[in-house]
Design a binder for this molecule. Sequence first.
Ligand SMILES: CCCCCCCC/C=C\CCCCCCCC(=O)SCCNC(=O)CCNC(=O)[C@H](O)C(C)(C)COP(=O)(O)OP(=O)(O)OC[C@H]1O[C@@H](n2cnc3c(N)ncnc32)[C@H](O)[C@@H]1OP(=O)(O)O
Length: 224
Amino acid sequence: MTGRRSFPEESAVGVGGFVREDTPTAEVDRREAVMASLTGTVRELIDATIRTTVDDDEVHRIRDGLAALVARLRTAQLPGPAGIRYNAELRSWNWGNAVMGAANAIAPPLRVQHDSSVCHADVVLGAAYEGPPGLVHGGVSAMLLDHIMGEAASAMRRTAFTGTLTMRYRRGTPLGPLHLEASIVREEGRKIFVAGSISDAGGATVEADGVFIQPVGTPAGGGR
Ligand SMILES: CCCCCCCC/C=C\CCCCCCCC(=O)SCCNC(=O)CCNC(=O)[C@H](O)C(C)(C)COP(=O)(O)OP(=O)(O)OC[C@H]1O[C@@H](n2cnc3c(N)ncnc32)[C@H](O)[C@@H]1OP(=O)(O)O
């Protein structure tokens, strides 16, 4: 470990699949940008696939071309999911994360800003996130809120797992630009109570309350 300070969640390694790597931060940043550029194109592929009206023969040709690209990516693979990795400088990266993973085209991705008391994020959800016609799938709303509320609970310095998440879908959430917010309401021992919301230009469409719990054996805070 670095002499600066111990990693805040070192004791959580094994609990959450955290992996220490000695990759320098500049190299992590470089590789993340490279992967994000690929992911952006795969994200476009998903949207284009959903919305395409090309004929059957063209669909088959495109499938064969993509299968060849998949085979090239498969020539060098991690043995399992990406997990959360971190280096001695406490730069962490979780490129497979379902909500914000830089290498995950299913992730919108969500980029969460941390202000003093509120986490917030702006995101644009397209055709891949549809549930009811033109509206965001309720499970997608829950997934995004789970993540931003978890980030609020963790404040990026402690591990906090979702214990209970309660959603109120006040009206349909339209596909398009959306704003998310989350903040800690109160804390009781290892329990962190968090409120969150999704809004469109007309106000809140979804509100949520969550209880996030620090697993036993992880420190109560500190770090960054
Ligand atoms: C080295 C790296 C460091 C990095 C630093 C961090 C950086 C942050 C990075 C990135 C942030 C990303 C943020 C993402 C967020 C995403 C969040 C998720 O989606 S998490 C996945 C979904 N959730 C699960 O899979 C949990 C599965 N459940 C469990 O693991 C356990 O049940 C757990 C931990 C939730 C509770 O287990 P127990 O054994 O600790 O709990 P007991 O000791 O029985 O209870 C403690 C207290 O909590 C209450 N409690 C327990 N379970 C509860 C529940 N499910 N709901 C509400 N309360 C519960 C109990 O009533 C008790 O309360 P009383 O002390 O008596 O007042």
